[in-house]
Design a binder for this molecule. Structure first.
Ligand SMILES: Nc1ncnc2c1ncn2[C@@H]1O[C@H](COP(=O)(O)OP(=O)(O)OP(=O)(O)O)[C@@H](O)[C@H]1O
Length: 637
């Protein structure tokens, strides 16, 4: 009987039992669970771990062993940790923090590795430099700077007592390692140091990796080597879908590299999406590996539409019209219920780059100003950028408490953050009432900035606080706002904040960012919140939403790794694309095809693709030729 005839919602249920068998202590079988979007890979991971807890937890605890679960984002770490009820038998982390935890005790090995690596990098750069015809051109000057910086680091290496690393931030201190170094070193140690392998096998005899298609290839190779060297002592389980490989570090054709003696269970059902969406993602996948999914029995509906729009349209207006059209087509009014209230939206809009959300949500100027500085990127996107937290973590909550008339919350924020209510100061004070009055006046003066629906600039807010001393302001802001004479009561003591501005370019970036209206901070903060109605095509990996609108616009995205224009036939392939294709290499179109698959497969019930193009005819033709959409599902706006 074929799979089609055998369709039932329980057809893949055997996979959970099989994996529970594979990870049974004493009879380890490493495995790769390969399955498409929405097939319940993460759900299976949780199910088998819950079962393991019931059956083997005590034995594991007695021997002080844990199961390591590695996943891609901090959000996924939190989600899996929560679903496993914070049980200490599981070590759930991102690959970066997992790697750092493994290597951080080995200071001398780290030093040696960094030294050798720096020597190699310097030698390579010097060799390239020696070939340079003009030492005054930009590339040569940049290269000379890099050689100088690396040589300086080499000299300072011996003085480092302890290396540091922050998996979630920018690592800019003298003793810090960067993300690439930590992963490369971990891979090297696992491949070359028996002690490290023994350590992993002793601590984490079961190592499970979710989203393994995007896990750094060197690490995957090292883990394969380790498992093959000690198959009885370590069980490796990879969960993944090669069609969802969207980052460049992931291992190409992972499925072909799986050791022969591994188990390779497979799932066919898509539990997430309705049939029409499953059919679409099957067709998007067709050119790549022809792996097809079935939808659940009861999910036999679903709506997909392609809206082809002129690149020069008034985009935000058009997107509002499109959600209206989707409401009409699907008869689901929640498409329409998009009131521009971030966090309260029923439609998830997927953009390619963050600035597209910044433009749509109204915090573009603030965001772009700071985005000019490459070392701010991580912090800006995860909300940890030093200097911004005074606005997002102190002033915004204060403003919110005031607007909600929540006096309890307002007092709590002041007590926690204001030096004017510092408990030591109050204890020593002879007139506490006076202190409280000063604080109240400072708060009133600050809130006054928003009176009569005004929208002060961020700088207005900073200057106000500096004047009243209501909150501590990071010292780095001082060159931007006039530093008060004979007054250093406000100097921030936090080291990282002290150093957040270190160059003239950075100063200019901040000056520009701070001159924007404070409402941009509010919107930026909304964007960072989990409930934002926007997400990037890449960032929503692993997530799902009932209604999804995918925005496609290469020009606005300004990216170079993806090209929807080429995928949709609106632009010719370049000579390099053709050469890469001929050589069987991964091309930009392949990458875009996979990204498109990830974005579309997030939708459960309804999916609107909004494609901005200069060539509507070509887009429509491709969409029909690829069999992605029916004529009746395409609207040229
Ligand atoms: N056996 C099942 N029965 C019913 N629903 C399921 C089952 N397995 C998974 N689901 C549901 O299907 C959806 C997708 O599951 P999950 O996120 O685990 O899939 P995934 O394979 O990890 O997806 P992706 O690769 O797209 O991130 C979730 O809403 C989940 O609750």
């Amino acid at each position: 009987m074929s799979i089609m005839e055998n369709k039932s919602n329980e057809m893949d249920a055997w996979v959970d039992n099989a994996i529970s068998d594979y990870i049974t202590p004493g009879q380890y079988k490493s495995f790769f669970l390969f399955a498409g979007a929405g097939s319940g890979k993460t759900t299976t991971l949780i199910n088998v771990l819950e079962y393991f807890k019931i059956t083997h937890k005590d034995k594991f605890l007695l021997r002080r062993k844990k199961i390591a679960v590695i996943t891609y984002t901090n959000a996924a770490v939190d989600e899996i940790t929560r679903r496993l009820k914070f049980d200490s038998i599981f070590q759930i982390s991102t690959i970066h923090s997992f790697s750092w935890d493994l290597i951080k005790p080995f200071t001398e090995d780290i030093r040696k590795w960094v030294r050798e690596n720096l020597n190699e990098e310097i030698a390579d750069l010097e060799q390239e430099q020696s070939k340079s015809k003009n030492p005054q051109n930009k590339t040569s000057i940049d290269r000379a700077r890099r050689i100088e910086a690396k040589t300086k680091r080499l000299v300072e290496l011996n003085d480092i007592v302890k290396f540091t690393y922050n998996p979630n931030g920018d690592n800019v201190h003298k003793d810090s390692l960067d993300h690439t170094e930590v992963l490369a070193m971990t891979a090297y140690f696992i491949s070359n140091k028996i002690l490290m392998r023994q350590l992993v096998a002793t601590k984490y005899p079961i190592l499970l990796i979710d989203e393994s298609q995007d896990t750094k290839k060197e690490l995957i190779d090292a883990i394969f080597e380790m498992q093959q060297a000690m198959p009885e002592h370590i069980c490796v389980g990879l969960f993944g879908d090669t069609m969802q490989r969207i980052y460049l570090d992931g291992k190409e054709n992972l499925q072909n590299a799986i050791p022969m003696n591994w188990q390779t269970p497979h799932k066919t059902l898509n539990h997430r999406s309705h049939k029409r969406i499953v059919d679409l993602i099957n067709n998007i996948r067709k050119n790549v590996d022809n792996k097809s999914q079935l939808s659940r029995e009861e999910k036999d509906g679903g709506t997909v539409r392609l809206f082809i729009c002129n690149r020069n349209s008034e985009k935000f207006e058009l997107e509002k019209i499109i959600v209206g059209r989707m409401a009409e087509i699907t008869k689901d009014q929640l498409w329409n219920d998009d009131k521009d209230v971030p966090g309260n939206s029923n439609v998830k809009t997927l953009i390619l780059e963050h600035h597209m959300a910044a433009r749509r949500m109204g915090f573009f100027d603030f965001f772009e100003a700071l985005h000019e500085i490459p070392r701010y990127h991580t912090g800006l996107l995860n909300g940890s950028l030093p200097g911004v937290s005074i606005f997002t973590k102190v002033i915004l909550p204060l403003l919110h408490a005031y607007r909600c008339n929540d006096k309890y919350e307002l007092t709590k924020i002041l007590k926690k953050n204001s030096p004017l209510l510092d408990s030591k100061l109050l204890k020593q004070s002879e007139d506490q009432i006076k202190n409280l009055k000063i604080c109240k006046e400072a708060v009133d003066a600050l809130l006054q900035l928003w009176s009569e629906r005004r929208d002060p600039t961020i700088l207005d807010v900073l200057e106000n606080i500096l004047g009243s001393g209501l909150f501590i302001i990071p010292e780095s802001y001082y060159p931007i706002i006039a530093r008060p004479k004979n007054d250093d009561k406000n100097i921030e003591k936090n080291e990282s904040d002290k150093e957040f501005v270190s160059s003239n370019e950075e100063l200019l970036a901040w000056e520009n960012a701070l001159s924007q209206p404070f409402s941009q901070i509010e919107r930026y903060n909304d964007y960072l919140s989990e409930n934002s109605k926007f997400g990037t095509h890449q960032g929503v990996k692993g997530l799902e939403f009932p209604r999804v609108m995918v925005i496609i616009d290469d020009e606005e995205a300004r990216g170079f790794l993806f090209s929807y224009d080429k995928l949709f036939g609106a632009k010719e392939m370049s000579a390099t694309d053709l050469k890469n294709k001929e050589a069987g290499k991964d091309t930009g179109i392949d990458r875009t095809n996979r990204l498109f698959y990830v974005a579309c497969s997030r939708a459960c019930d309804g999916l609107a693709i909004v494609c901005y193009t200069d060539n509507p005819g070509a887009v429509k033709k491709s969409a029909l030729t690829y069999n992605w959409f029916l004529e009746s599902e395409i609207e040229i706006m």
